[in-house]
Design a protein around this ligand. Sequence first.
Ligand code: TPP
Ligand code: SF4
Ligand code: MG
Length: 266
Amino acid sequence: MTKAIKKTKPQKTKNTRSRMKKVTKRPDSLKPVPFRFCAGCGHGILHRLIAEVIDELGMREKTIGFAPVGCAVFAYDYFNFDVIETPHGRPPAVATAIKRLLPDRLVFTYQGDGDLAAIGTAEIIHAAARGENFSVIFLNNATYGMTGGQMAPTTLIGQVTTTTVKGRHETAGHPIRISEMIATLDGAGFICRTSMDTAKGVLATKKAIKKAFQYQLDGKGFNLVEVLSPCPTDWWMSAEESIVWMKEKMIPAFPLGVIKDSLNDK
Ligand SMILES: Cc1ncc(C[n+]2csc(CCOP(=O)(O)OP(=O)(O)O)c2C)c(N)n1
Ligand code: SF4
Ligand SMILES: [Mg+2]
């Protein structure tokens, strides 16, 4: 007579990894390639936040981004959706055409302070004045990062750059608060400024991007999120020092918060 085989309970594995819950993953809207930004740079964080928001909105296959000149020039290498390279401040001009032709797409421009507030001042001002229904993600690092740290329109008074070696003097112009300027235009709907100097600031930045993208999807018109971001390489600082500099110098010059929300303001 054969013995009945006694059923045993499956033993609990000692391998804790098999019981670990996955709480985060690389967003589908980012390609599986490493960023080439410097250590401590904010561009990589901002790319990831945008990708997370697009995933959460389920818009990956309906998104068209516009990349600038500057350190974000390779955005098409990183984002896993259509990106059109429109250098020298022209993203708002081309985004205007694309959004008008394809109104069901999520259209956004990604621009640095040199691209948006110097070479492309005309394009951004007129797109806002026209109330174009797309989103602008504007990374302000107070310098021309890509080309070696020259003075930008956002460079602070006293800030040393390769073209203001004794610190920026008033005769070289005061820093331009472009978001406040754009907010004066009737066509501009939602304008806000955030900072990536803390984890809380990074989360606030993501929330602002989501609000801006939703604003566009609801057809409410022109919206812009300015994001203060560290550039340790061209500030000649360590990553840690650059965060302190942002808190002490940059945020007082560029106050954070919602600058305009025309629908709620009314
Ligand atoms: C007409 C013109 N002027 C200047 C340049 C050089 N240039 C390329 S990127 C850049 C600065 C970009 O700075 P920003 O937009 O702030 O981007 P960041 O690298 O800081 O993110 C400049 C001046 C150029 N390519 N063409
Ligand atoms: S130069 Fe500045 S903005 Fe450009 S990748 Fe390096 S830290 Fe970032
Ligand atoms: Mg810059």
